[in-house]
Write a new protein. Structure first.
Length: 239
């Protein structure tokens, strides 16, 4: 089976350096690293939103991204940006419904997405009148409603309260159990222990990747983040 996502020798000048990475279907993968380490750049490059320098290649399901037509990309991958900004007052329902544009605006799964992300009660409210956390849930619901096999989310938990962050993690796990691959960036290393894999970036390079209990060692945390920590099974404690 081809990886859901593979990056082969991918560089973005000034941001990423010759990075190679593969993500299998059904995996929940977290990107971690200090500010400016390249997490958002990696996700944007993986989504086809940033050009990569030759000879780097991004592949979805084994196919070079540059060969996938734009509409087909909308069926195969979903992107959630770090900032949930809306310049127009569309309703929550209509924004989530945008997920189905590449499917002919069939509205499949939109109502379920609204319910899953706790948005049904505010479905007719303009998105530009929502709180920051509510706006992020709208974007996450839209990504969920695409049904895309590859999900790329940039810091999806940062604006959420503890309850909605936990619910989002549970929904993410549900998605991967159904065979989707989900890659997202995060700063809370306690969350990393809930994932299948963590990818550690440092100064635009891949520093380490693998199971969190193997990768997140006190030595790596000191080197990459400059912090002293004690790591126990399923838990990172900062000292």
């Amino acid at each position: 089976m081809n990886p859901a996502l593979s990056l082969e020798n991918v560089s973005v000048p000034g941001r990423l350096r010759a990075l190679s990475l593969a993500v299998s279907p059904g995996r929940l993968v977290g990107l971690v690293g200090p500010n400016g380490s390249g997490k958002s750049t990696l996700l944007a490059a993986a989504a086809g939103l940033l050009p990569v320098a030759a000879p780097g290649v991004v592949r979805w399901g084994g196919e070079a991204l540059e060969r996938i037509p734009a509409l087909e990309r909308g069926r195969r991958a979903a992107w959630v940006p770090q900032e949930a900004r809306f310049d127009f007052g569309f309703s929550v329902r209509s924004v989530v419904g945008q997920a189905r544009y590449a499917h002919g605006d069939d509205a499949a799964g939109v109502e379920e997405a609204l319910a899953r992300f706790g948005l049904a009660a505010i479905a007719e409210r303009p998105v530009d009148r929502l709180s920051g956390g509510e706006r992020h849930r709208v974007l996450l619901a839209r990504a969920w409603a695409t049904g895309a096999a590859l999900q790329l989310w940039d810091e999806p938990l940062a604006a959420l309260d503890p309850r909605h962050a936990l619910e989002t993690l549970m929904l993410a796990r549900e998605m991967t159990r159904a065979g989707r691959a989900l890659v997202f960036s995060l700063h809370d290393l306690r969350v990393a222990h809930c994932l299948d894999e963590v990818v550690v970036l440092h100064e635009g390079r891949l520093r380490a990747s693998g199971p969190p209990d193997v990768v997140l060692t006190p030595e790596l945390l000191r080197e990459v983040f400059g912090v002293t920590a004690r790591v126990e099974p399923g838990l990172t404690l900062f000292l």
